[in-house]
Design a protein around this ligand. Structure first.
Ligand SMILES: CC(C)(COP(=O)(O)OP(=O)(O)OC[C@H]1O[C@@H](n2cnc3c(N)ncnc32)[C@H](O)[C@@H]1OP(=O)(O)O)[C@@H](O)C(=O)NCCC(=O)NCCS
Length: 159
């Protein structure tokens, strides 16, 4: 699972994607601090305790560095940045039943545009699982010899 590099100065536009999601009944927005317990419990249930811990950190920033996808008041997906280390995107995930509708890509773009607005020039996708998804969505490039990288020695990972 390599890290990947993304140019933030040539990102695809975000607004039209958010509008298209809204037209389809899906709201893509920054998470709010009172939602922290709901979001972290959802991430733990659907993904892992480690990702829930990272999401907890992102939910504790001002502004919150976590974006959500919701439909009819139901959480469908999340994406974070600046969680384990600064300038890293992730974790992110979409409910299995809601995958393939473009939600993961818009959540990714929402975070990356926010990172650009926060002053970053490049973003790192931390420990990218689906590398093809990131290449296709934002032209991300694999960083050689980046695994386990900043995650070396992580408890419960054996690295
Ligand atoms: C990766 C993930 C967030 C993608 O979410 P999604 O909502 O299903 O993705 P989208 O519908 O926005 O896909 C956007 C494009 O990427 C493609 N894509 C999605 N997942 C892909 C994958 N795993 N590999 C290659 N391409 C993928 C889609 O086909 C789509 O292509 P298109 O624009 O030509 O239609 C989701 O599959 C997921 O939650 N995976 C499990 C958790 C995970 O691996 N998170 C990433 C950790 S780094």
């Amino acid at each position: 699972m390599p890290d990947m590099l993304v140019r933030l100065y040539t990102l695809p536009p975000l607004e039209a994607e958010i509008e298209a999601m809204r037209a389809a009944g899906i709201d893509i927005r920054r998470a709010l601090p009172p939602e922290k317990h709901v979001v972290t419990a959802w991430v733990r249930e659907h993904f892992s305790a480690g990702w829930a811990s990272e999401t907890d950190v992102a939910m504790s920033h001002h502004p919150v560095s976590c974006f959500l996808a919701t439909e009819n008041g139901k959480l469908l997906g999340f994406a974070c940045y600046d969680a384990t280390v600064k300038d890293f995107f992730g974790p992110t995930g979409v409910d299995e039943a809601a995958r393939g509708r473009g939600i993961g890509k818009v959540l990714l773009l929402a975070c990356l545009h926010d990172m650009r607005a926060q002053g970053y020039g490049y973003a790192i996708i931390g420990a990218a699982g689906p590398t093809e998804f990131y290449k296709k969505a934002v032209g991300a490039m694999e960083i050689e010899e980046s695994w386990p990288g900043v995650y070396r020695g992580l408890l419960g990972m054996g690295g």
